[in-house]
Design a protein around this ligand. Structure first.
Ligand code: ZN
Ligand code: FE
Length: 256
């Protein structure tokens, strides 16, 4: 099995677009559709033809280009069934536990309510690669537009259980702001201090901070650490459960 090839490119103001390619079958999946033109340009530069579109959730910066990209390529569109009333141009609805394939590469569909109620992520378990949309960000997580803190913590717990070397492709470049916030709630975490320094250096020269990995996020991302006693103590919730700590960290981020 040859490795998946992945192209990442900026879209809109702070989204990333992703193309995933399997050279044996020639299949290429577009992860979300923030900007059809940017995807067509990236595909043509790579010499790839987009054969599939995989949506993570209904927001415009993730599914807004479905019609244009499908019309230009004839790609087959997969999207979360939980969003069937609000994503258009879909051929196949997918649910938790389903699998989508790119040649011999298999991605598990995982329902991750929180940012929206219908959000899914695509996890190539054997390839150690995942596309997580707006569920998990480098040093952050998606804003809770629709789900509860309990929903999001349960969703993030499933991602946290993946192997540390799983490569995580998040849909936005939010990391520098996330790092500043993370330092405010977890100031004595040395892994976070190192990570924040690296992020500052990368952004200063215009480099992306995506992808990240589960191992890096487990060590430094406060939204994956609500069961860490030091974090709970630092926000005055010593002895509280992870959902309460998670809810307080998320509420502080919304005000930061
Ligand atoms: Zn979103
Ligand atoms: Fe988004």
């Amino acid at each position: 099995m040859r490795n998946l090839e992945i192209r990442q490119f900026p879209c809109l103001s702070d989204n990333y677009g992703f193309l995933v390619h399997d050279s044996e079958s020639g299949e290429t999946a577009a992860i979300d559709t923030p900007d059809a033109d940017a995807y067509l340009k990236a595909a043509s530069e790579a010499g790839w033809t987009i054969t599939q579109i995989w949506n993570t959730h209904h927001h415009f910066d993730h599914a807004g280009g479905n019609a244009a990209l499908k019309a230009a390529t004839g790609a087959t569109v997969y999207a979360p069934i939980y969003d069937r009333h609000r994503i258009t141009d879909v051929d196949h609805w997918v649910a938790d536990g389903d699998r989508v394939t790119l040649g011999v590469h298999v991605a598990n569909v995982i329902h991750t309510p929180g940012h929206t109620l219908g959000h899914v992520v695509y996890h190539f378990a054997a390839d150690r690669v995942a596309f997580v949309g707006d569920t998990l960000f480098a040093l952050g997580c998606g804003r809770l537009f629709e789900g509860s803190p309990g929903d999001m913590w349960q969703s993030l717990s499933r991602l946290r259980a993946w192997p540390d070397d799983t490569v995580i492709y998040c849909a936005h470049e939010y990391t520098q702001a996330n790092a500043a916030f993370a330092r405010s709630v977890d100031p004595d975490n040395p892994a976070l201090a190192d990570y924040a320094r690296e992020v500052g250096e990368k952004r200063a020269i215009g480099l992306p901070t995506v992808p990240t990995s589960i191992g890096k996020e487990k060590a430094a991302n406060p939204f994956l650490r609500p069961d860490d006693p030091t974090l709970a103590q630092s926000i005055g919730l010593e002895g509280s459960g992870p959902v309460d700590v998670f809810a307080e960290v998320r509420a502080r981020k919304d005000r930061f």
